[in-house]
Each structure stands twice: as C-alpha cells, then as structure tokens.
Design a protein around this ligand. Structure first.
Ligand code: SAM
Length: 265
C-alpha cells in the first residue's frame, strides 16, 4: 500500500519525500563541487576547451550532468530510476539546457551506447552498489574513444570501517578487511576497494590512471575503547587524519583515467 501511494505521489505530484534529489541536497551539492573541481581541470588538460560528448552513467537527478551541460558539453545521462530522470529533466528544463536522458540498467549499456562514442564517461557513486561492477566498468571503458577519460568513484574500505566503528559495530568493521564485497556494516550488498586494488583493476582494463583522490570526507567519532580488541582496525586507521575523538574518513576514492590514444598509421 505504502509503495502504491509512493508511486501515485511520484506520478501525480512529481514529489517523493523519501527521495534524495542529489542536485538539490546541500551535502550532495558540496560533494559535487569537490568532484567538479577535480574533473574540470582534467578535461581542460586532456581536451583543451573543446565541446565534449560526455556520458553520465547513473546520473540520478543530474548533480554532475547539469553543471557540465552548463559548461557547454553534450551530455547523455542514463539511470535505472525513472523518477530520478524526471528530476534531472526538470533541472535541465529550468536552466534551458538540452540533455539526452535514458532510463536503463548500465548492464545493458550497449542498447543505447555504441563503442568508442564518448570523450568522457562519468560514473560517480554507482559502482559500489552493483554486483557486476567489473562488467559495467568494462562496458564504460569500451564506450570511450581512444584517449577518452573515465571518471569513476568507488568506496574505500575505510568508509565502511569508519561507519561500523562509529555505529558501535567493531566486529562488522573488522569484517570488511580481507574481502572486497558482500554485506557491509551499512546493511545490504556493497563493494569496496583500496587505492592499490583500483589501480590494478584499471591497469587490467588498459587504462592509465591520471589521478586518484580520497574525497567527500566525513568526521567519525570513534571511542578508543571500541578499537581495543581489534588491532587490525587500529593498524588500518593509524596515520590517517584525526580529530580529538575520532578520524576523518573519505566516503569515496575518485579515479580519473585515460584510454590509450589512437595508434597513428
Ligand atoms: C548515489 S546515486 C549517484 C548519482 C550521481 N552519479 C551523482 O553522483 O550525483 C546512484 C544512482 O545510480 C543509479 N544506479 C545504480 N545502479 C544502476 C544500474 N545498474 N544501472 C543504472 N543506474 C543505476 C541509481 O538509480 C541512482 O540514481
């Protein structure tokens, strides 16, 4: 019943209090600024000032798609959520922007996106939710032209360790170590990778990593007593930025990587 009401509300009123429109949400918008501050200089450096064909894979309400379209680029957004796309369309319309929006699962990317068709592919805060993230990554890379840029964010293990410790679940936090996917302390399926694991994965995909940054930091209060029985966690956190009673923990690792340039005959 609740689900039916939610659907009706979305369809008739175009609202849903349980939906976080990341383009409007203050915290998500601050993180978007952080993403854009790292992405824009890389676009400038790789392509000069030219207009680019950019795919935003899992674009939600368009918090990255809209500003990049405002920069003058040609944007296509794909997302599994029709409501998220409706919000993205509304934000674009309000700003007089033309963007192409497609509902679909990234697993079926080939239905809408031909290989070698984009200068840039962005996939922010999506892959950590997908069990087939390696396959999706491969398809995203295939969508890039030679010399194109992949911009993708991934969860670092520290995120879930910080979350588990902060919420009084040190055993759950310790359970993140030594594996890179499964049920996380946040509940439900997630995957997570260290910088070294991501570099190895990107290398396997034939990409050259241009930048890897920890972003969207969150302060986690973690009483020292919670760490006493978990030396492996103490070791993982050691050396990281601290507050008086906790740690400053990144929510994502942002990878910016490039496909090989076209071979000249
Ligand atoms: C946390 S939001 C990130 C949104 C956006 N990339 C941003 O940074 O603002 C994740 C989005 O990915 C979409 N998503 C997750 N898995 C997907 C999949 N397999 N195919 C298409 N969209 C997916 C969800 O519908 C959701 O809108």
């Amino acid at each position: 019943m609740a689900q039916l009401l939610r659907k009706l509300r979305r369809a008739v009123l175009n609202t849903d209090p349980s939906f976080c429109d990341m383009h409007e949400d203050a915290r998500a918008s601050r993180a978007a600024e952080e993403y854009l501050a790292l992405i824009r200089p890389q676009l400038q450096q790789a392509f000069g000032g030219r207009t680019l064909a950019i795919l935003d894979a899992g674009c939600q309400a368009g918090r990255l798609l809209i500003p990049l379209a405002q920069d003058g680029h040609r944007l296509m957004g794909i997302d599994a959520s029709i409501f998220a796309l409706r919000r993205a369309r509304q934000h674009a319309r309000e700003r007089g922007l033309r963007v192409r929006l497609q509902r679909g699962n990234l697993t079926d990317l080939r239905r809408w996106v031909a290989p070698n068709s984009f200068d840039v592919v962005i996939c922010a805060e999506v892959l950590y939710l997908c069990r087939n993230y390696r396959d999706i990554l491969k398809r995203l890379v295939e969508s890039l032209k030679p010399g194109g840029l992949l911009v993708a964010s991934h969860r670092p293990p520290l995120h879930y360790i910080g979350y588990g410790l902060h919420h009084g679940d040190p055993a759950g936090a310790a359970g993140v170590l030594g594996r890179s996917e499964g049920n996380s302390p946040e509940g439900g399926y997630h995957n997570w990778q260290t910088e070294a694991e991501l570099r190895a994965l990107y290398h396997e995909l034939g990409l050259r990593v241009l930048d890897c940054r920890a972003i969207d930091h969150v302060e986690r209060r973690i009483p020292s007593a919670r760490l006493v029985e978990f030396p492996s966690l103490q070791q993982t956190l050691a050396g990281g930025p601290r507050t008086d009673d906790g740690w400053i923990i990144p929510s994502y690792l942002l990878m910016i990587a490039q496909t090989a340039p076209a071979a000249h005959a």
